[in-house]
Write a protein that binds this ligand. Structure first.
Ligand code: ATP
Length: 366
């Protein structure tokens, strides 16, 4: 068991800084998810930790030991890849035992560890099969089993669920979370999928263009995104963004989006006062846009007339794709809503959950 520290780590490939001055303190036993769009550097960050790439600048520490020059096999980590990377000619048992045999682990110890891991993963009945006789989900479990038997200090996982179908992905997601609870070991997990990040991570590191954007718990990332990128990346459907001119006086500030105008809640005016006369970007999550006829009692909001472009009934709720002037936005409304494509509807924004960003720096103002 061990914590992991990235201390101003940079990895450069030619002109590209795949990882740019990454500083990250991952606690012992934490489930840390590295998330971001394709090319943001998350896989490179993991490969640096595994010792599969050389660091250009900075230090990586595992359990307080700098590992920059430590060979991958001596880092006390185990990595699970998207491709499983099982040996096709070996049985499940031998695939799991292989690494331990290389290390000259006693036979009885290998047997104990393989059987225990197989038991944890529910693959005890598959030990004599070859990988090609297994389903994708079962192969992924064998890959996990091979990592578990090594009893590493840190588990690294790179998109381990991406080859599974949607249902199996959800199921395996929960199993990996359970595995983390059971093993009480540090997990570092790479994905581009914000849902995986939100559901599995104790903390999430959001990356873009090699740069760490925000490191926080899932709920804090959702409630207090540090910038426009994080706000738009976390949450599905994504947050709606509008340009708004800050108008009015200190005790009566408004955000003028052209097609509609919002009154800034009293407790937020102070932070926006310096932006009077300027344009900011404000964000509203789809669940904070309600059909006015079904507004929950406690909401203090602003009503906006809109046209319904597309309607997607989800059963428990309806997604409405709306237009107000030229601005399009999404609402998650009550399933009883009578809104229909082509018709007008009045929606209400919950102003207590408004996010506002500096248009130039894209950083959150609140
Ligand atoms: P994906 O989800 O698509 O795998 P990622 O976020 O994991 O993306 P990386 O694979 O870490 O991103 O790549 C980050 C950047 O570094 C990309 O611009 C990529 O093209 C570049 N890169 C990665 N590996 C190499 C390499 N071996 N040589 C040159 N450039 C590389």
């Amino acid at each position: 068991m061990a914590g992991v520290i990235y201390d101003h780590v940079t990895k450069q490939f030619g002109d590209v800084k795949a990882v740019n001055d990454l500083t990250l303190d991952i606690k012992d036993k934490e489930f840390l998810v590295l998330v971001g769009p394709s090319g943001c550097g998350k896989t490179t960050a993991l490969r640096l930790l595994a010792g599969l790439e050389e660091i250009t600048a900075g230090d990586i520490r595992i359990a307080d030991r700098v590992v920059n020059d430590v060979a991958p096999k001596d880092r006390d980590i185990a990595m699970v890849f998207q491709s499983y990377a099982l040996y096709p000619h070996m049985s499940v048992y031998d695939n799991m035992a292989f690494g331990l045999r290389l290390r000259k682990t006693p036979k009885s110890e290998i047997d104990r560890r393989v059987k225990e891991a197989a038991d944890i993963l529910g693959i005890g009945a598959l030990l004599t099969r070859k990988p090609k006789q297994l389903s994708g989900g079962q192969r992924q479990r064998v890959a996990l089993g091979r990592a578990i038997v090594r009893e590493p200090k840190v588990f690294l996982m790179d998109e381990p669920l991406s080859n599974l179908d949607a249902k199996l992905r959800v199921q395996t997601r929960a199993e990996i979370s359970k595995l983390h609870q059971r093993l009480e070991t540090t997990f570092i997990y790479v994905t581009h999928d914000q849902t995986e990040a939100m559901t599995m991570g104790t903390r999430i590191a959001v990356m873009k263009d090699g740069i760490l954007q925000q490191l926080d718990t899932p709920q804090r990332l959702y409630d207090f995104p540090a910038n426009i990128f994080v706000a738009g990346f976390i949450g599905s459907p994504a947050m709606n963004f509008f340009d708004g001119a800050v108008t009015g006086s200190r005790d009566d500030l408004s955000l003028d989006a052209g097609a509609f105008k919002l009154s800034v809640p009293a407790n937020r005016r102070e932070r926006l006062a310096g932006y009077a006369g300027k344009t900011v970007v404000f964000g509203v999550r789809p669940e904070d846009v309600h059909d006015r006829d079904y507004v929950p009692g406690a909401i203090t909001g602003a009503a906006i007339p809109a046209q319904v472009d597309v309607m997607e009934p989800m059963g428990s709720e309806i997604y409405l794709y709306l237009l107000s002037g030229k601005q399009s936005f999404v609402a998650r409304v009550d399933p009883r809503s009578q809104a229909r494509p082509g018709k007008s509807v009045e929606v209400m924004l919950n102003l207590d959950h408004l996010h506002v960003f500096d248009k130039a720096t894209e950083q959150a103002i609140f």
